[in-house]
Write a protein that binds this ligand. Structure first.
Ligand SMILES: N[C@@H](CCC(=O)N[C@@H](CS)C(=O)NCC(=O)O)C(=O)O
Length: 216
């Protein structure tokens, strides 16, 4: 049995959850916020979520967990068939996380924790996200999936990152920056039609609504 620890508002938690659902692997979700407590550092040395416990053995870092799942459950593969297309899927996943999600983090802090941003911080986030989206757009195939014909790590990452970036950039910057990825709205609709993604998004939305209502 695999235990998935984390919070449903985390894009990285949702990335692992979608992969587990796509693979049809039996797993149990455990609500675990990130922390620097000793028991958590023993399982996830940076104190971050998600992490999994595989028959009691802990593993952290969402990309490493996806790679482990692909090795352990090679059927229902989440990577395309050739070395070049596999590399493209991994490249897109990395770019979405490093160059789109990371510069969006101040906007997430603003939406979730109400942190006020200076004009300079807002413009830095806008430029950073726009650059990352531009880079992903150069590589994306959308034929019909991000790395081509196969649903892959790249799409799982997109399903986890793009809705958060869309919501936060619209709310804080007044522009949904994901729309700069041509065909993004149709692509997100295609993603949302997959049961793994639909369930993960619905559970994320319920958690977000509960979080936003907490002080009211
Ligand atoms: N590189 C990590 C990133 C995970 C991450 O940043 N998780 C956030 C929640 S979305 C977290 O735990 N933040 C708490 C912290 O950075 O201390 C992964 O891919 O798993």
């Amino acid at each position: 049995m695999i235990k998935l620890h984390g919070v449903p508002l985390s894009p990285y938690y949702n990335k692992v959850k979608i992969a587990l659902l796509e693979k049809g692997v039996n797993f149990q979700e455990v609500l675990t916020p990130p922390s620097q407590q000793e028991w958590l550092l023993e399982k996830s040395p940076m104190g971050k979520v998600p992490f999994v416990e595989i028959n009691g053995h802990p593993l952290s870092e969402s990309t490493v967990i996806l790679e482990w799942l692909e090795d352990a459950y090679p059927t229902a593969s989440l990577l395309p068939p050739t070395p070049n297309t596999r590399a493209r899927a991994r490249q897109l996943m990395t770019m979405l996380e490093l160059y789109v999600m990371t510069p969006c983090m101040p906007l997430v802090q603003s939406v979730i924790h109400g942190r006020a941003l200076t004009d300079a911080e807002r413009e830095q986030a806008r430029a950073g996200i726009a650059r990352g989206i531009g880079a992903a757009a150069r590589l994306a195939e959308c034929g019909p999936w991000l790395a081509g014909e196969s649903f892959s790590f790249a799409d799982i990452s997109a399903a986890s990152v793009l809705p958060t970036v869309a919501r936060c950039s619209q709310q804080v910057l007044g522009e949904d920056l994901t729309l700069r990825l041509e065909g993004c709205a149709d692509y997100l609709r295609r993603l949302g039609a997959r049961p793994s993604v639909a369930r993960t998004w619905a559970e994320r939305d319920a958690a977000l609504a509960a979080f936003m209502a907490r002080d009211k």
